[in-house]
Write a protein that binds this ligand. Structure first.
Ligand code: ARG
Length: 400
């Protein structure tokens, strides 16, 4: 029986060449393409996959699953890699890996394959995710071992084998896009001193060309889940994110420019656009801080965002720790109900109002007006006890 492989297929040149290359090596290739909100027309994918040599081509809309099971838990953890990157590309890999493993099981394939290179993070995410779900599957990564050095060699190979290649002028960028954001690297971005050229950006306008009038958005949350936008209910989370990307993108919101530490030890310059995610992070962070006591809030923020971001970035999505953290953020998320009003203006995303039935803000305690009920004499004793460690230090050491 022929060896069968399920390939994560984007429809681009690399993965199309991989189909043929694997077929030449004697594999029966089944392609899998997920719609994770990359904003591309996928209806021609099956035809293209088959023209490249696939025996079967599967295309699936997984936007809601991606939003619910990958973006939402990451939002609830307020996870940002190195404090900046909302992990868009990192999140789609475990989902795609899960699908590859499921299809391999159904189709009796012992192999899965991906088109990632040997110097990126995605190879790690694909492979570790696949093994966590089925350690007996073998993962093939043709780009790491094939003979093609330059793109021209791939184009030549593709033409020789009748693989349809688009003869558009090649963009200098490598772009990965989904619902949660766009990542852009390569070309002029490889100089970390150079400002990103305007044509690098895919879904946001330059802040200086954004409307001169601010726009307000009101996001409603129910038990840790974004459920409405400007009063309109959204039962599908991916639709709400798409809408926020559109509104935020118009105002130049959510652009991120960073040099990040890749898993393989390299630093790389990357541009991200994540208008929807950025707005949701601002809103969620604000509500979470309104409804949690200080102890919970501080410990949460010290521990969860950083730990979660590293798990997602470093390919450890299907780890017991990530599962356990999801239980934690879901539990605390039960308090996160209410609305946040956000002002979008020339690239900035500013919280200007918040409101929750679970709010711990007590105006009678906070106020400086005559309504004040706080016992000021308590402040004297509190300050004495609070300051005692440094008072003692000052007494013993301060005289030296
Ligand atoms: N550096 C990001 C990550 O590892 C994005 C990589 C996605 N690829 C791209 N072509 N920009 O998550």
């Amino acid at each position: 029986m022929a060896k069968r492989v399920v390939l994560a297929y984007s429809g681009g040149l690399d993965t199309s060449v991989i189909v043929r290359w694997l077929a030449d090596k004697g594999y029966e290739v089944i392609t899998y393409t997920a719609d994770v909100g990359q904003g591309e027309e996928l209806s021609e994918i099956p035809e293209k996959a088959k023209a490249s040599g696939a025996v079967e081509a599967i295309v699936e809309d997984v936007r809601e699953e991606f939003a619910r099971d990958y973006c939402l838990p990451t939002l609830r953890a307020l996870a940002l890699y190195e404090g900046k990157y909302p992990l868009s590309a990192s999140l789609s890999r475990p989902l795609i890996s899960k699908k590859l493993v499921e299809i391999a099981g159904k189709e009796g394939a012992d192999y899965v394959a991906h088109g990632s290179t040997g110097k990126g993070n995605d190879q790690v995410r694909f492979e570790v995710s696949v093994w966590a779900l089925n350690p007996d599957i073998e993962v093939l990564a043709p780009v790491r071992e094939w003979e093609f050095r330059a793109r021209e060699e791939q184009v030549e190979y593709a033409k020789r084998h009748g693989i349809p290649v688009k003869v558009t002028k090649e963009k200098p960028y490598s772009i990965d896009r989904n619902l949660w954001g766009v990542s852009i690297e390569c070309g002029p971005l490889e100089d970390p001193w150079a400002e990103p050229p305007d044509d690098a950006f895919q879904i946001t306008v330059a802040p200086e060309r954004a409307p001169d009038e601010p726009e307000y958005v009101e996001i409603g949350f129910g038990k840790g889940v974004p459920v409405s936008l400007n009063g309109e209910k959204f039962s599908e989370l991916h639709r709400l994110i798409e809408k926020l990307n559109e509104i935020g993108g118009k105002h130049g919101a959510g652009r991120i420019d960073m040099v990040e530490n890749r898993l393989v030890g390299i630093k790389s310059r990357e541009i991200y656009e994540a208008p929807g995610a950025t707005i949701l992070y601002e809103a969620y962070r604000e509500l979470l801080s309104l409804v949690t006591d200080r102890f919970t809030h501080h410990r949460f923020m010290e521990f969860v965002p950083h730990t979660y971001a590293k798990l997602a970035y470093e390919g450890l999505w299907f780890s017991p720790l990530r599962n356990a953290l999801d239980a934690l953020t879901e539990k605390i998320g039960e308090l996160v109900t209410g609305e946040v009003r956000i002002k979008l203006y020339k690239g900035s995303v500013t919280v200007v109002g918040r409101n929750s039935p679970n709010s711990l803000y007590v105006e009678d305690l906070a106020t400086y007006s005559e309504k004040d009920v706080f016992d000021h004499t308590a402040g004297k004793h509190f300050t004495e006890v609070w300051g005692l460690p440094l008072k003692i230090y000052g007494r013993i050491r301060g005289r030296e």
